[in-house]
Design a protein around this ligand. Structure first.
Ligand SMILES: Nc1ncnc2c1ncn2[C@@H]1O[C@H](COP(=O)(O)OP(=O)(O)OP(=O)(O)O)[C@@H](O)[C@H]1O
Ligand SMILES: [Mg+2]
Length: 287
C-alpha cells in the first residue's frame, strides 16, 4: 500500500495501547455510483444504534460529502479542522440522530496525502479518542475506483461492497473487488445486493459475483444480505429524514435492520424468507 493508504489506516484504525476498545471499522464501497451507499450507511447506522451500538459515520466521499445532509443537518466543521489542529475530534463530530455522530469529510481529506509529522500526531491523538467514543466506525465512500476510495476500503477491518442487480453495477462491483485484490491480499469482504424485487434476484446476483471473484481473483466473498427496492427510500432522501426514522416499518428498512443484525453476528432469518433462499441464508450464517 502507498503512503496515503498507511496514513488512512492509522487514521481509521489506530490501535494505540491503552486506547484499544475494539472499535470496528467498516467501509462501504460500490464501484458504480448511485447504487445506494449513502442511503445504506445512514440507515445501517440507525439500525445499529437500535442494537445499542455507538456509531460514528465518516463521510469519505470527497466529491459530494453529504451524509450530514441526508440526516437533515449541515456540518460546521470537517476533518480539515482536525488536521490543522484548529479543532478537536469532539468539536468536529456532528451529532445527528439517535446518538449517531458524523465525522464530516469534505475536501480536507485531500490533505491526507501529505501530512506533516505534527498533523499526523494530531490525527492519531484525536483518533485514539474516537476509539473510546464508538463501537463501530462506518465509512461511506464515493463512487468509482479512485485512490481515496480504495485507501479507505483497504484501511478498514471489513469492507461491504454494495451493488444493485443491474449488469453495469454488477460489473463495477466486480471491478472494485479486482482493484481491492490488487491492493491487498487479506480482505474481509461482504456483499449487499440493493434494490431487488424478488429474493431470487439476490441469489442470482450473489452467486454470479461469488463465482467470478473465486474463479478469476481467487477471492472469497460472503453475502451480508439484500434490500428490497422501496419507493419510501427515495422519499426519505428527498425529505432529508432517514428511512429508519421516518418509516421504520418500511420493507427496505426491515431488511437493513436484518443486515445490522448480521453485522453484529446475530443469528436471524431474513424478514420474509422463502424455502428457495435457504442455501443463501446458510451461506450468511456460516460466516
Ligand atoms: N433500496 C432502495 N429502494 C429504492 N431506492 C433506493 C434504494 N436504495 C437507494 N435508493 C435510491 O437511489 C438513489 C441513490 O442513492 P445513494 O445516494 O444512497 O447512492 P450512492 O451510492 O451513495 O450514490 P453516490 O455514488 O453518488 O454517492 C437515491 O435516490 C436513493 O433514494
Ligand atoms: Mg453517496
Amino acid at each position: 500500500m502507498n503512503d496515503q493508504a498507511s496514513t488512512l489506516r492509522s487514521m481509521v484504525s489506530q490501535r494505540d495501547a491503552g486506547t484499544h476498545n475494539n472499535m470496528r471499522v467498516i467501509a462501504v464501497g460500490s464501484g458504480k455510483g448511485g447504487v445506494g451507499k449513502t442511503s445504506f450507511v445512514v440507515n445501517l447506522a440507525i439500525a445499529l444504534s437500535e442494537l445499542n451500538y455507538r456509531v460514528i459515520v465518516l463521510d469519505g466521499d470527497l466529491g459530494l460529502a453529504n451524509v450530514d445532509v441526508v440526516f437533515g443537518m449541515t456540518a460546521k466543521y470537517s476533518i480539515r479542522h482536525l488536521l490543522s489542529g484548529e479543532k478537536r475530534i469532539e468539536d468536529i463530530l456532528c451529532p445527528v440522530k439517535r446518538g449517531i455522530k458524523v465525522l464530516p469529510g469534505a475536501s480536507g481529506m485531500f490533505e491526507l496525502a501529505n501530512l506533516d509529522r505534527g498533523q499526523l500526531k494530531n490525527v492519531l491523538v484525536n483518533l485514539g479518542r474516537l476509539e473510546k467514543m464508538a463501537d463501530v466506525l462506518l465509512i461511506d465512500t464515493g463512487a468509482g475506483l479512485g485512490h481515496t476510495v480504495l485507501n479507505f476500503l483497504c484501511a478498514s477491518d471489513e469492507v461491504i461492497v454494495i451493488t444493485t442487480p443491474e449488469p453495469p453495477a454488477m460489473a463495477d462491483a466486480y471491478g472494485l473487488l479486482k482493484s481491492l485484490k490488487g491492493q491487498q491480499e487479506q480482505l474481509n469482504l461482504k456483499i449487499v445486493i440493493n434494490r431487488i424485487h424478488h429474493e431470487s434476484e439476490a441469489e442470482i446476483c450473489f452467486e454470479k459475483l461469488e463465482h467470478a471473484a473465486k474463479k478469476f481473483l481467487g477471492l472469497r466473498v460472503n453475502l451480508l444480505g439484500w434490500i428490497y427496492d422501496d419507493p419510501l427510500m427515495g422519499k426519505s432522501i428527498m425529505e432529508q429524514y432517514p428511512l429508519g426514522l421516518a418509516n421504520p416499518e418500511s420493507l427496505a428498512y426491515k431488511y437493513i435492520q436484518w443486515i445490522a443484525g448480521n453485522v453484529t453476528g446475530m443469528d436471524q432469518r431474513p424478514p420474509s424468507s422463502s424455502g428457495g433462499i435457504r442455501k443463501l441464508i446458510f451461506s450468511i450464517l456460516k460466516n
